[in-house]
Design a binder for this molecule. Structure first.
Ligand code: HEM
Ligand SMILES: *[C@@H]1O[C@H](CO)[C@@H](O)[C@H](O)[C@H]1NC(C)=O
Length: 329
């Protein structure tokens, strides 16, 4: 009897210490199948919404993957990117060209019919990113869920997003600030195996980049003439160009071969070949080992995505579950 009391006292003391030292434990972590009891169809509803849009326009997959990345890098993965208001995050310069909001709204309205007030917009973004990669022929993975939606969305905080003009040092620093290392950086930027960019973001590399009249010397000469045709000097800066010249709709590792060969489009992507540490990772994915080409990237990408999808997530009683993804409750 006496020892039983002692044990319960000990357990109580340990619990108190736990709450004091690790307050985050009180909020719980995200886990796969979070909605299996509260909304069993959650993941299949998101999947069918993404699929319906993808079947009409397969470029939507790239848009949804980028949307999740931009959400996670500002205020954590909390759907702050979806708020539609004058000085919200979405209005910041690095977020120009973001697309796919209608897909998230579509999934959300279907979820509100099946299980009102249960599934967060932040989780819809994470699930839609996974489904987009899968639909594009890339790997699939179990997405930990249970994120809550944030109550803050501010234009000024978007400065934590990387710029296409960033050096490797700057990219490294911005990823490290989110707990992501060089391996995660290179792996995640591999997302540029799908999607497009405006000429605006790289045109300056094609003409007088050196200030002595020359283009960026790291661009492959054959590719340079092609890019100059796609984005003429005083042409339309909003023209779209594939980030992976070989297969912009397929999620594969050809993007890394392009970076290796001087066929990267964004300066930030091409710089990954100029730094000895990131170069080694790019080279690995580019596939020097015949027969194993592409396999490693497909294996590493899901792991890096799960890490990115966990940045500063709100759980438990933090934040809210929005009724409409573009508005706070
Ligand atoms: C150093 C890091 C990064 C930089 C500087 C960067 C920059 C950019 C830029 C400038 C564009 C073109 C946007 C446009 O013109 O519409 C773009 C597109 C894209 N980014 Fe990144 N990005 C980075 C990392 C990532 C990561 C980590 C992901 C996802 C995991 C990602 C996914 C995408 C996708 C899928 C597109 C194509 C979007 C579309 O076709 O609509 N990017 N990125
Ligand atoms: C390139 O840029 C430099 C510096 O801005 C300028 O002085 C020069 O005239 C430019 N050259 C060409 C060919 O446009």
């Amino acid at each position: 009897m006496e020892s039983l009391h002692l044990i319960s006292l000990l357990v109580l003391v340990l619990l108190v210490i736990n709450v004091l030292v690790f307050p985050v434990f009180g909020q719980g972590a995200i886990k796969t199948g979070f909605y299996s009891a509260s909304c069993p169809k959650a993941e299949s509803i998101v999947r069918s919404a993404v699929e319906a849009h993808f079947n009409k326009d397969s470029t939507i997959a790239a848009a949804l993957l980028r949307l999740h990345f931009h959400d996670c890098f500002v205020q954590g993965c909390d759907a702050s990117i979806l708020i539609d208001a004058p000085s919200a995050e979405r209005e910041a310069v690095p977020n120009t060209g973001l697309r796919g909001f209608e897909v998230i709204d579509d999934a959300k309205s279907q979820l509100e019919v099946s299980c009102p007030g249960v599934v967060s917009c932040a989780d819809i973004l994470a699930l839609a990113a996974r489904d987009s990669v899968d639909l594009s022929g890339g790997p699939s993975w179990g997405v930990p869920t249970g994120r809550r939606d944030g109550r803050i969305s501010s234009l000024s905080e978007a400065a934590s997003l990387p710029s296409p003009l960033d050096s490797v040092a700057a990219q490294r620093q911005k990823f490290a600030a989110k707990g992501l290392d060089d391996h995660d950086l290179v792996t995640l930027v591999g997302a540029h195996t799908i999607g497009q960019t405006d000429c605006l973001f790289f045109q300056y590399r094609l003409y007088n980049f050196t200030k002595t009249g020359n283009s960026d010397p790291s661009i492959n000469q054959v590719f340079l003439t092609q890019l100059q045709t796609l984005c003429p000097k005083n042409g339309d800066a909003s023209k779209r160009v594939a980030l992976d010249k070989d297969s912009q709709l397929n999620f594969d590792s050809s993007f890394f071969k392009n970076v290796r060969d001087g066929n990267g489009i964004l300066e930030s992507d091409q710089r990954l070949w100029g730094d000895s540490k990131t170069r080694r990772i790019v080279d690995n994915y580019a596939g020097n080992i015949k027969g194993l080409f592409g396999v490693r990237f497909n294996f590493e990408f899901p792991k890096a995505m799960i890490k990115m999808s966990s940045i500063d997530v709100k759980t438990g009683t933090q934040g809210e579950i929005r009724k409409i993804c573009s508005k706070f409750n």
